[in-house]
Design a protein around this ligand. Structure first.
Ligand code: GLU
Length: 573
């Protein structure tokens, strides 16, 4: 997934002003980047977004790439241009039939300079514009191109930018002296609070003074009136340096949550509604997931059941042993990468049985997304640390949001609650130091806190190399209590329910050491959560566990971002 941006202004701006905006889209990919301006700068580089040659201009398009087709090279970086060097494009998405389109264009004499699918767009428009004006060329592109695209086109000597969207996100921000088009609103955060979101198959003509939107209805482009959204901005952590990706990603969580909610209410509204309709029309709903994503689905099941929607979840590698699938079944696959082999295996052949497939993924265009009838992106942004942090929190928030579409439950201020936990970093770091020598840690929770207990245990195992067990509080007395000795650390997730307090007493009576993650004023070692809302509490408690794990591992000098024997995307069975 790439980030694209286009800026057109009444006043001169600097090429590096656009690059600064592009930098905010870097979470979408950063293997190479490039820019073209209307005053002659055309620069591409391999690597993350850094500054370019200074250039004053009134129009520019730029791109930060996450390669899908063609290696990471300067030639494959965007913008791509037509043979005559007049038309420049930046593209986010995949043109599935680019080989076929390219063959046709090569036969007409076009010379391609890159291995990407995207370059075909520049040549396509060069060819079409020979015989028809822009709207006709766009109509034909919508008709013949298959796949996903958010595209911005800049033409030499033309004061307008042209943009279109199918599948990939695109938004427009209204500036005081111009307009900006970009993959998401974060590119123009702080510069304007007025945004317009592209819907499916929309095309816009944008200049420094205004814009016009059109919708492709299958045959032609029809003008559409667009609603202007007032965007609420929050401060971000931009510029702050971190020792590891894990801590960086932990700190990105409030923003990632805001981005998700925003997109569910805007760009992804249709997909969320389509998912709801599919859920309503299915007799059985079953999640399939592995690892951390499985823990998110346990919470998903909890939230859905509370909304009156029965759902189940099965670990992907055991799916076939434990679940019957027929034409009335909806399978919801949850995977950060969208490439988890166990999940893909579970999905194979399910459509042939008549089942519908939905998915929640973080990486767009992934195999699982492409296998799905409907897919929602969890918008966590690129996650580099092998251990999932922000992707888990966004999966949970997304599943809760979907459940709330059934019962109209209010959405709490998750970003705010996460920030409150992050502000306890020093306290958590001290606690972590005291746990460094632990051989085993137990985590107990009930109800919606049981999946959180399991998620914290998984983090402790994979990042701090401490044996940990996350379990239902009520299960302790059925066996595991035998392992509690004087000083054994037990993290208790306490949301004011009296039953869990009884379990805490059972541990204390055996000399165990209780560390409470709690919203009640329990005495002793405590990480305080300021909310009793279930989704807020579960998210905040998870973040507390992430920080604790991170600082234990840091104290032990472990390879936090790349723990031994593990990999981010598990593409084996
Ligand atoms: N398919 C294009 C490329 O590989 C765009 C990639 C993307 O948007 O992820 O350059």
């Amino acid at each position: 997934m790439c980030g694209i941006i286009g800026l057109v202004s009444q006043n001169y701006f600097k090429s590096n002003d656009v690059i600064k905006m592009l930098k905010r889209l870097e979470y979408r990919g950063y293997d190479s980047f490039g820019i073209v301006t209307n005053s002659g700068l055309f620069e591409k580089k391999v690597g993350e977004v850094t500054s370019v040659t200074d250039n004053k201009c009134t129009q520019a398009i730029a791109h930060t790439r996450w390669a899908t087709t063609g290696e990471v090279t300067k030639e494959n970086a965007h913008p791509h241009s037509s043979c005559d060097g007049r038309i420049f494009i930046v593209h986010n998405g995949i043109i599935n039939n680019y080989v076929e389109l390219k063959e046709g264009l090569v036969a007409k004499g076009h010379i391609f300079r890159s291995e990407t699918d995207s370059e075909v767009i520049a040549h396509f428009f060069e060819e079409e514009l020979k015989t028809k004006p822009m709207p006709g060329a766009v109509e034909r592109f919508f008709r013949v191109a298959s796949g996903e695209f958010a595209v911005i086109i800049m033409i030499k000597g033309d004061s307008k930018l042209y943009a279109m969207k199918r599948g990939s996100p695109l938004s427009l921000g209204m500036l005081e002296d111009g307009n900006v088009i970009s993959s998401d609103i974060y590119a123009f955060s702080g510069k304007t609070d007025k945004a317009v979101f592209f819907h499916e198959d929309e095309f816009a003509v944008v200049n420094e003074k205004g814009y016009e939107f059109y919708r492709f209805d299958g045959t032609s482009l029809e003008p559409v009136k667009k609603e202007i959204t007032e965007v609420k901005w929050s401060s971000n952590e931009e510029g702050k340096k971190y020792d590891h990706y894990m801590i960086k990603e932990i700190y990105e969580q409030p923003e990632a949550l805001e981005r998700l909610y925003h997109s569910l209410k805007n760009g992804q509204k249709e997909s969320a509604e389509k998912l709801k309709a599919l859920m309503k029309s299915s007799k059985r709903i079953v999640f399939v997931a592995s690892g951390t994503s499985y823990h998110a689905t346990l919470l998903g099941v909890y939230f859905l059941n509370k909304s009156g929607v029965e759902a189940h979840t099965i670990i992907a590698s055991e799916f076939r042993n434990f679940y019957l699938v027929d034409k009335d079944t909806l399978i919801i696959a949850v995977s950060q990468s969208g490439e988890t082999m166990d999940v893909i295996e579970a999905l194979h052949g399910m459509k042939a049985r008549g089942a519908k497939i939905a998915s929640l993924v973080n990486v767009p265009y992934s195999t699982i997304q492409r296998m799905s009838n409907v897919s929602v992106n969890i918008e966590a942004g690129q996650e580099i640390c092998v251990a999932a942090t922000k992707s888990f929190v966004n999966q949970v928030a997304c599943l809760h949001y979907i459940a709330s579409m059934f019962n109209g439950a209010e959405i709490a201020d998750l970003p705010g609650d996460v920030r409150k936990v992050l502000s306890q970093e020093n306290n958590i770091r001290d606690l972590a130091k005291s746990l460094v020598k632990s051989r085993d840690i137990y985590i107990i929770g009930r109800g919606f806190l049981y999946p959180v207990a399991r998620e914290i245990a998984l983090k402790l195992k994979e990042i701090s190399y401490i044996h940990a067990e996350g379990m239902m509080g009520g299960e302790l007395k059925h066996g595991t209590l035998a392992l509690i000795e004087k000083g054994t650390p037990v993290i208790a997730l306490i949301n004011g329910r009296s039953e869990i307090v009884s379990n805490v007493m059972e541990v204390k009576a055996r000399g165990g050491r209780i560390i409470a993650i709690s919203n009640s004023g329990m005495a002793g070692e405590l990480i305080r959560i300021d909310s009793d809302d279930e989704v807020s509490f579960s998210t905040a408690a998870t973040v507390a566990g992430q920080l604790l794990t991170y600082y234990i591992a840091k104290e032990k000098n472990l390879p936090i971002d790349k723990p031994r024997n593990l990999s981010k995307t598990i593409t084996v069975k």
